[in-house]
Ligand binder design. Structure first.
Ligand SMILES: NC(=O)c1ccc[n+]([C@@H]2O[C@H](COP(=O)([O-])OP(=O)(O)OC[C@H]3O[C@@H](n4cnc5c(N)ncnc54)[C@H](O)[C@@H]3O)[C@@H](O)[C@H]2O)c1
Length: 333
């Protein structure tokens, strides 16, 4: 299958592109490179630099494509609260150009990277796909808006879509050659490991007054390679006629922020002192997925569910790339 992966030069996109190439698929990446890196894109894929809202770039990238994987977007919760219009435009408005161009060319299958942030503060745990969607930040709202647009494109224009609602993604390609390089980094595992790699031994945990056993937030962590495999299955499902659906992707296991710090300390083999800061706005206390629907319909099961395995692979990447891709791209230039 020929797949267009928007945002394929980002963290999840680069890992997924490599896994799809390994599986024998032909991949075209469309990315502005605003927050991604050409050096992270597998050499077997074709990279088109441009936006999902730029018709010419989209048309070039769509040539011969059978299905689209739409990962491109802005992803930072805190930033979304202060740059609301940019998030709504980039995550919900510009991708309409992509969908219109797809349908003009008869491409009627899309897999969309959505997020657990669409649920907001959940009523019960684990969260299944029928849970109410009440995002508590602009990021979650922007992703939900695009999901709703996909519904309309489905009922009015025959577009089939699979929305994958990811929980907390972490880890790296196991040999450490590609991994997470956000700037600024807001995700807890790369923040801890990045701090250790740069010689710090103190780590700030946001919030110590949540209604959880150790008073810190609880999250469900999923290995980026398991997530990439779910994309492969979803693309093959929708390309072979599978119907529109929503699937949570997580491990079904919750770890508190203190569990995460302890596990990272074990993986790197050094002590990490915790200091407590304020809560971040828009952070629910507990987010844990039920991913049984993805198993039932897509045949997906995470193969690397252990937090220690996720942190170990992330450490292999961080310890060998303390400057992320910047050092790699300096050499290439
Ligand atoms: N990382 C997580 O834990 C997580 C969790 C839930 C959902 N997601 C979703 O997964 C997707 C990928 O996340 P990531 O962590 O790889 O993010 P990332 O920032 O590493 O990658 C996003 C990529 O999209 C590109 N991009 C942004 N706007 C674009 C546009 N208009 N046109 C073309 N390219 C554009 C960026 O340059 C970047 O390479 C996002 O849609 C995000 O909402 C991520």
């Amino acid at each position: 299958m020929r797949i267009l992966a928007t945002g394929g030069a980002g963290y999840i996109g680069s890992v997924t592109t490599r896994l799809l190439c390994d599986a024998g698929h032909d991949v075209v990446v469309l990315d502005t490179l605003e927050r991604g890196y050409a050096a992270s894109v597998d050499g077997r894929a074709r990279l088109v630099q441009g936006s999902v809202g730029d018709r010419d770039a989209v048309c070039t990238a769509l040539e011969g494509v059978d299905a689209v994987l739409h990962l491109a977007g802005y992803i930072e919760v805190a930033e979304s609260q202060v740059r609301a219009a940019d998030y709504l435009e980039n995550n919900a408005v510009l991708p309409m150009e992509l969908v219109e161009s797809m349908l003009e060319r008869g491409v009627d299958a899309i897999v969309f990277s959505s997020t657990a942030a669409v649920y907001g503060e959940p009523e019960s745990i684990p969260i299944n796909e029928d849970a109410p969607t009440r995002p508590v930040n602009v990021y979650g709202a922007s992703k939900l808006m695009f999901e709703r647009m996909l519904d309309w494109y489905g009922s009015r224009r025959g577009l089939r879509s699979v929305r994958l609602r990811y929980f907390n993604v972490a880890g790296a390609w196991p040999d450490g050659s590609i991994g997470e390089a956000h700037d600024p980094e807001t995700h807890i595992i790369p923040r801890i490991l990045g701090a250790v790699a740069s010689g710090q031994r103190q780590f700030e945990v946001y919030g110590s007054d949540y209604d959880t056993p150790d008073r810190t937030c609880v999250r469900d962590y999923i290995h980026v390679c398991d997530l990439a495999e779910a994309h492969r299955l979803a693309l093959e499902y929708v390309h072979s006629g599978g119907q529109t659906g929503v699937f949570n992707l997580g491990n079904g296991e919750g770890y508190s922020n203190l569990d995460v710090v302890r596990t990272c300390a074990q993986v790197v083999g050094s002590q990490i002192e915790v200091v407590f800061g304020d809560r971040r706005s828009g952070d629910p206390a507990v987010l844990v997925a039920s991913a049984s629907l993805a198993e039932e319909v897509l045949g997906w099961r995470p193969e690397r569910p252990e937090l220690a395995r996720i942190a170990t692979d992330a450490w292999t990447w961080h310890s060998t790339h303390p400057k992320g891709y910047r050092a790699v791209e300096e050499v290439v230039e």
